[in-house]
Design a protein around this ligand. Structure first.
Ligand SMILES: [Zn+2]
Length: 225
C-alpha cells in the first residue's frame, strides 16, 4: 500500500494508510464512474451459463484461510478466460495483518488484495483469483494480476520474516504454475513498479534477490486432472 509514514503510525487515519487500490487518486467522480463500469461488468458476468461454478469458502491456494472481502473492493470476473493473468503484484500493508483484514472487509475502503501473508506465514485469501481485486491502482494491472499483501511496514526491515518470505514464495510460485507465468522480475513486480502508481511498497527493505530465489526453488505439484 502507501508509504505514508508517521512517528507512531497512528495520527494518519488507517483508511488513508491502507488505501491501496483503485480509488487512490481518482477523486469522487472517478470513483463513481469506476463503480458504474464495474456494475455493468458484474451484471454481464452474472448472465446464466457464463460464470464458472463457485463454492462458498473455497480457496485457490491450498492451506489458505478464506475470509471474504467486501464485494465493493473487487469485481466479479471469470479469469483467466476474460482476462489473462500474467502478473503477481507484491504489496506491504503499512499496518498489521488484522488491519488489512478489517479494511478489506470494509465496503468504504474500495480496495483489497487477493491474499494477505502474516508474519508467521499464515495466508488469508480474501478475493478469488478469478475475480479482479482492486489493489494496484491501475485498472489493466488489476485485471491482469494477483495481489499479495504482506503484514508490516516498508520502513521496518524486521517486518519481513523468514516465515513470511517462504510462505509468500510458495504462494507466488503456485500462482505462476496455475497460469503459466514466468517466475521472473518482469512478471513478479512490486506495487511501486505498476505504471502510474504513487505507492512505494514493498520498499527497499524487501529482499527481492532472496524472494526470487525462494520463488524459483519451489516445486509445485500440479493438481490431478
Ligand atoms: Zn501496495
Amino acid at each position: 500500500m502507501s508509504e505514508t509514514t508517521t512517528g507512531g503510525g497512528r495520527r494518519v487515519s488507517r483508511r488513508r494508510l491502507l488505501l491501496g487500490g483503485s480509488a487512490a487518486g481518482l477523486g469522487a467522480a472517478g470513483v463513481a464512474a469506476y463503480a458504474a463500469r464495474d456494475d455493468l461488468a458484474r451484471m454481464w458476468w452474472r448472465l446464466p451459463g457464463i460464470e464458472k461454478p463457485r463454492t462458498a469458502g473455497a480457496v485457490d491456494q491450498p492451506g489458505a484461510e478464506w475470509i471474504a472481502a467486501s464485494g465493493a473492493n473487487w469485481r466479479w470476473a471469470d479469469r483467466p478466460d476474460d482476462y489473462p493473468i500474467d502478473r503477481v503484484v507484491i504489496h506491504v500493508v503499512q499496518g498489521s495483518y488484522d488491519d488489512a483484514v478489517r479494511v478489506f472487509k470494509d465496503p468504504r475502503h474500495l480496495a483489497a488484495a487477493h491474499y494477505i501473508v502474516r508474519r508467521d506465514g499464515h495466508i488469508a485469501q480474501m478475493v478469488r483469483e478469478l475475480d479482479v481485486a482492486f489493489h494496484a491502482g491501475n485498472r489493466p494491472y488489476n485485471e491482469r494480476s494477483i495481489g499479495i499483501e504482506h503484514e508490516g511496514f516498508v520502513s521496518r526491515p524486521s517486518s519481513f520474516t523468514d516465515a513470511m518470505y517462504r510462505s509468500s514464495a510458495r504462494l507466488t510460485a503456485s500462482i505462476c504454475e496455475r497460469y503459466g507465468i514466468p517466475r521472473d522480475r518482469e512478471h513478479i513486480v512490486g506495487h511501486v513498479e505498476v505504471p502510474g502508481t504513487d505507492h512505494t511498497d514493498p520498499g527497499r527493505h524487501w529482499d527481492w534477490d532472496r524472494y526470487m530465489r525462494l520463488v524459483r526453488a519451489v516445486r509445485v505439484k500440479r493438481a490431478a486432472g
